[in-house]
Design a protein around this ligand. Structure first.
Ligand code: DQA
Length: 138
């Protein structure tokens, strides 16, 4: 069975109550519970942190043994050389995802330190972005 982890960055623990016009009204755990049922042929794990170093620690921990990493580094996408370097350092392929279409938003969201070393990027399909990323690994 393929082992895939979804790693979510800062403020994504507030999904469902945060800027619902952009991110929707479903909590991540509601969504996650529905996809673990849907993809019962995959071992799916979820990790969320608001702390940059914890996201780097997790990438290093799983990055030599898992089959796939789905990374929504949220605001750190646009600022973190450290997370970008971690993505480059590990062996497991990383698919970068964003719920919103970052390119239709403010200019500072157009820059990503993850994309240059990602296997691919899925942007703007709401929570479905994560599902498309899972499909990409199957
Ligand atoms: C986000 C987009 C980022 O610009 C923002 O900082 C987030 C969420 C998204 O999934 O649309 O927190 O990564």
């Amino acid at each position: 069975m393929k082992k895939i982890i979804i790693i979510n960055g800062p403020n994504l623990n507030l999904l469902g109550k945060r800027e619902t016009n952009i991110y929707g009204t479903l909590t991540f755990m509601e969504f996650f519970n529905s996809i673990i049922k849907k993809f019962d042929n995959v071992e799916l794990v979820h990790f969320q942190s608001n702390i940059e170093g914890e996201l780097i620690d997790k990438l290093q921990e799983v990055g030599f043994s898992y089959d796939g990493i789905i990374l929504n580094a949220a605001a750190y996408t646009h600022t973190s050389v450290g997370i970008g370097d971690a993505v480059k350092a590990i062996e497991t392929p990383v698919v970068e995802v964003h719920i919103s279409n970052t390119f239709s938003r403010e200019d500072f969201r157009h820059k990503s330190y993850i994309s240059p070393n990602a296997k691919g990027v899925i942007v703007g399909f709401g929570l479905q972005s994560y599902e498309l990323a899972i499909h990409s690994f199957l």
